[in-house]
Structures are given as structure tokens and as C-alpha cells.
Design a protein around this ligand. Structure first.
Ligand code: FAD
Length: 457
């Protein structure tokens, strides 16, 4: 059945979505506003341009992005095939010649008989027209306004102010303790993990923050007067005064350390980041400190000396919707069934994750147009876990997420060895993905041979 579809945005998610729909015999109008209007980060008029690094992350079998790449390969992703075709030597990473990569995608899209590329900015949304919005972190202001009208202003964000996330079982609970301030809340044990500091530890921590190097803002961020308004990074709070943090996000009020029976001088609080309780984010710790230094400074926090961070703090310009409130795991907009979202605007982070959500949106929209059931991926696949995470997080504190093993359900048996554990996650995920693809019964997404790159230790 041939049905017209509009895809808005010719970046990573939009080109993958357009390709997948076109291969399924839908007629696509792909709108891209460049070169008439730029985002401030893109530098060419090519489709599928990488805005920063030329790496699509690790390609190894047992790494989170390597697994996601393998899953996309099984689903016949255009962008993964283009990356492989234009790859440059980069050890265990899938890095590409960025110009050849974008050129390959642009040629493939321009030459597809079912795709018409229209170089115009879209400023309206017709909710009756089957549409995928894949306009990325730098969605044009006019369209952002229309998305905000649809979603409600409070459910569209323009900036990331991400606090670091820690793997729960790497927190030393001989030092940290579970409690809520003033023992409030239903959970007797307490919902928060608290890392207590004495005066000397606090002072050393504040000094480290004051000296830390931060990531430079880009021009399009610096020029925006609203940037970071309302969420000041911890390093800036530290510079405002030695006690500012102790009276702010690190205030110890209402907490007694059960290990000592005393009230700490200051406290770093961590809040559950997923329902499974395997991840915790550090409350109020948005930061722009360079990642290497950030990890070293955070490991000064008592209880976090050996903590594993699955995401470091960061702050940058990023347009994204409150996916837990607005989207189904199929990437369908809850209140407008013809509308789907793909890419960074869904709250999934990273090049490969953005490609992947574009692909999920496209397959589901195609199935809807053909009267087939929706496709919800199993959550033990990396792609299924990402779609599940962004659409099932706690809406009030929702922040974007990239591929990582912390969001995948645990294995039936506990495996201590980290490498072995990740390899088992990957094997389970690929089996599950193969079964899911088979169950779709869709000829076009038969599982493909999955090349497993040599493992590099
Ligand atoms: C500055 C910056 C650096 C980043 N660096 C990295 C990195 O190194 N590694 C990484 O993994 N991730 C990075 N990201 C995050 C993210 O992975 C990329 O932004 C990625 O390109 C997002 O893919 P996307 O398809 O969602 O959006 P994009 O690739 O940005 O595509 C969106 C497209 O929509 C177009 N568009 C916007 N509004 C309209 C409109 N109204 N009408 C028509 N077209 C429109 C844009 O011109 C753009 O071509 C970065 C993000 C930013 C902002």
C-alpha cells in the first residue's frame, strides 16, 4: 500500500526514517531547512551531517553502542551501512570520513524513487498527515513553538542540564546511607542515597570544583540570553562562596548519618534514576566540568571513590520533549496518532541512538499505515531498553539518555565479571532482537548476517 508520509529534518534520524519508509513502498516528502536556514552547528547542506565527533562509538560486540549498531544492522539501517562504507581506521570505534558519510547518505536519499527532498523550513504541523518529526536538538524556533503548542509549553525543553548518573552497586554503602530528609516519604529505608562529608572533605571538594576546567560554550549557546538560566552548574555555585553549596544542593538538614549518629557537615544526595533501582543520579549536580576531571572530582565524594559513572554531567543546547508524558515506546505521539518523533528530540542521546529511534518511528508508522499491530521492542535489547527508558522515566526529572548497560534488565544469574556480564547482555539482546524481527513477519526486515567484530581487550 502506498501512502504519503512527511519526514521533517534531514539529519541522522530523519534520513534513516525516510529510507526505511521508502523501502517499505511509502512515498516520502523529506523536509530539510538547510542551506536556506542553518542550525548554528551544521556546516554543510548535506543530509545526515555529523555535527561534532566523527565517531559513532565503540563497534565492539560487548559495548553498549557496539550492541546498538549490531541491532541496527539486523534491521537494515541505511546509516550503519553508510558508516561501514565510509569508515576510517579507529581501533575499536566505528569512525567515519564525515564528508563521505554524509555524501553517501545524501546520494542514497536523493536517488530513492520514493523520496522527494524539499529544502524548506517546516513551520506548521498537520496532525492528520502521517508525519515523523526528526528535527534534532537544534529544531528551528518556529517549529519548536508549534511542538510546544501541541505538547504543552512545560513539556518541551531547550537545554540539557544533566547530572551525573552512577551504577548503584558501585556505591560504597559502608560510607553512604539510605534516608529521606526528616524521614519523610513512604519508603522506610529512604528513597535517597546520601554521601556524608565532614568539614575538611567539603572544603577539599569545593576547592577542586573551583579549579576545575569547564567545557567552552559554543557561539550559538553563548549568544542565547536564556542559556543555563535557572540551573546553575555546581562549579559556578562553588565560586560564589565557600558555603554556597552547603546551603544549596549539599545542605545536610534533616539527615543523620547512621554510621556515626551525627549530622554531616554537608551531603551529596543521589536519587533513583530507573525503576529497577540500578542507577542513581546526583541531585542538583548539573555541571559543565570536562569529563576526565569531572570523574576524578566526583570520586572525592565519600562513598563514590570507586563509583562507575554511566553518564557524566553536561549542559548544552538541546531541544527535547518530555517523552514519558508524550510518547509511546513506538515513538508515536500519545495524543496525535499520525505523529511520530525520532532522534535527539525524543530524549535519546548520541548519534547511533538517534538513528535508532528514527528507525523505530518509521517501522511503526509504516505498520500503522498498513493496518498492522504496533512494534514494541523487547526491553532486553539495547534499542528496546532505550525506547522504554525515555518513555517510562519519572516525568518530573526526565533527562536524555544514551545507550548503556545500566538500562537493560539484569541477567537471571548474577555475573561478577564485568566483561563477561556485558558479553552475556549482548548475546541475549541479539537473540531477542532476532526473535522480535521474526515475529514481525515483515519481509523487509528479515534478520541479516551480523558481523561480530574481533574483540579488543
Ligand atoms: C553541537 C552538538 C554536538 C554534538 N556532538 C555529538 C557527538 O559528538 N556525538 C554524539 O553521539 N552526539 C552528539 N550530539 C548529539 C546528537 O547525537 C546529534 O545532535 C545528532 O545529530 C542528532 O540527530 P538528529 O537526527 O536527532 O538531529 P540532526 O542530525 O540535528 O538533524 C535534524 C535536522 O533537522 C533540520 N531542521 C531543524 N528544524 C527544521 C525545520 N523546522 N524544518 C526543516 N528542517 C529542520 C536541521 O537542519 C537538521 O538537519 C551533538 C549535538 C550538538 C547540538
Amino acid at each position: 500500500m502506498v501512502k504519503d508520509v512527511i519526514v521533517i529534518g534531514g539529519g541522522l534520524a530523519g534520513t534513516e526514517a525516510a529510507w526505511q519508509l521508502a523501502e517499505r513502498n511509502h512515498k516520502i516528502q523529506l523536509f530539510e531547512m538547510r542551506p536556506k536556514r542553518t542550525t548554528g552547528a551544521h556546516v554543510s547542506n548535506r543530509l545526515g551531517e555529523l555535527v561534532c565527533s566523527n565517531s559513532l562509538g565503540s563497534k565492539l560486540y560487548d559495548r553498549a553502542t557496539g550492541l546498538l549498531q549490531n541491532e541496527l544492522r539486523m534491521l537494515g539501517s541505511l546509516l550503519i551501512a553508510s558508516a561501514e562504507k565510509t569508515a576510517v581506521p579507529a581501533g575499536g570505534a566505528l569512525a567515519v570520513d564525515r564528508e563521505l558519510f554524509a555524501e553517501e547518505i545524501t546520494t542514497k536519499i536523493n536517488n530513492h524513487p520514493n523520496i522527494t527532498v524539499i529544502r524548506e523550513e517546516v513551520t506548521e504541523i498537520n496532525i492528520d498527515q502521517p508525519t515523523i518529526i526528526a528535527t534534532g536538538p537544534l529544531t528551528s524556533p518556529a517549529l519548536s513553538e508549534k511542538i510546544a503548542n501541541l505538547s504543552g509549553q512545560e513539556y518541551l525543553y531547550f537545554y540539557d542540564a544533566i547530572s551525573p548518573i552512577v551504577v548503584a552497586d558501585t556505591i560504597n554503602m559502608d560510607v553512604a546511607f539510605q534516608a529521606n530528609r526528616y524521614d519523610r516519604g513512604e519508603n522506610e529505608e529512604g528513597d535517597y542515597i546520601n554521601c556524608p562529608m565532614d568539614k575538611a572533605q567539603y572544603e577539599a571538594f569545593v576547592n577542586a570544583l573551583k579549579q576545575a576546567e569547564t567545557i567552552e560554550l559554543r557561539d550559538f549557546e553563548r549568544e542565547d540570553p536564556n542559556f543555563f538560566e535557572g540551573c546553575i552548574p555546581i562549579e559556578q555555585l562553588a565560586k560564589r562562596g565557600d558555603s554556597t553549596l552547603a546551603f544549596g544542593p549539599m545542605r545536610p538538614v534533616g539527615l543523620t548519618n547512621p554510621h556515626t549518629g551525627e549530622r554531616p557537615y554537608a551531603v551529596v544526595q543521589l536519587r533513583r534514576d530507573n525503576l529497577a533501582g540500578s542507577l542513581y543520579n546526583i541531585v542538583g549536580f548539573q555541571t559543565n566540568i570536562r569529563w576526565g576531571q569531572q570523574k576524578a572530582i566526583l570520586q572525592l565524594i565519600p562513598g563514590l571513590e570507586d563509583a562507575e559513572f554511566i553518564r557524566m554531567g553536561q549542559m548544552h543546547r538541546n531541544t527535547f520533549v518530555n517523552a514519558p508524558t508524550l510518547l509511546h515506546p513506538t515513538m508515536q505521539f500519545r495524543t496525535a496518532p499520525n505523529l511520530y518523533f525520532g532522534g535527539q528530540i525524543t530524549g535519546v542521546e548520541g548519534y547511533v541512538g538517534n538513528v535508532a529511534t528514527g528507525l523505530v518511528a518509521a517501522i511503526n508508522l509504516s505498520r500503522k499505515l498498513n493496518g498492522l499491530s504496533e512494534w514494541v521492542l523487547p526491553i532486553d535489547t539495547m534499542l528496546g531498553a532505550l525506547c522504554h527508558y525515555v518513555t517510562h522515566s519519572e516525568p518530573k526529572h526526565f533527562q536524555p539518555m544514551k545507550a548503556n548497560f545500566g538500562i537493560i534488565p539484569p541477567l537471571a544469574e548474577k555475573v561478577k565479571d564485568k566483561r563477561k556480564r556485558k558479553e552475556l547482555y549482548a548475546t541475549r539482546a541479539l537473540e531477542s532482537m532476532a526473535n522480535s524481527i521474526k515475529s514481525l513477519g515483515d519481509e523487509l526486515i528479515e534478520p541479516k548476517h551480523i558481523p561480530i567484530p574481533d574483540k579488543v581487550i
